[in-house]
Design a binder for this molecule. Sequence first.
Ligand code: ADP
Length: 172
Amino acid sequence: MPKKIIGLYPGSFDPITNGHIDIARRAVKLCDELHVAVVGNPSKKALFSVERRVELLQKTMGRVPGVKISSFNGLLVDYARQLKAQIIFRGLRAVSDFEYEFQMALINRALHPQIEVMFLVPNEKYIFLSSSSIKEVAKFGGKLKGFVPPEIEKALRAAYQPSSLKAKGARP
Ligand code: ADP
């Protein structure tokens, strides 16, 4: 029997955008099972909690055949080993992504020589899109249609409502 190809697409997904969804849809075509996983380590200050990000991924990508949603803490390569994943997928938008991604890919290869890192390029309409720019737009009440799915738009609107911003320390 041919070996099952398992892919892992890790990210902060704070929150998921149409750019992430574009990459995940391309990645799932290349494997039998794709794990879209929220990186739990707090290296960046997130707007949404890990649990909420998983829930939002579930709502937007959970029903795509072959896609599984999860989160993990610790090293990416350890999680890849745990899942028996052979491929790590990352998205490349512009040259600005390249240096960091290239460095991480080589570090991950040094830590786990059997893993391959594959870079996928999104549809050009998502090249400029990032979770941080979307949060900026949402914060000032800008239009989000076409950038994020409706469920994410709703979650962002709720997160930036004056009443939720006032709730000190509370995360959406
Ligand atoms: P991280 O903190 O791991 O970079 P992100 O959620 O920002 O997490 O991104 C996860 C992955 O998705 C990264 O490989 C990133 O380059 C890619 N990505 C993010 N936004 C887009 C987009 N608009 N188009 C293509 N890839 C994207």
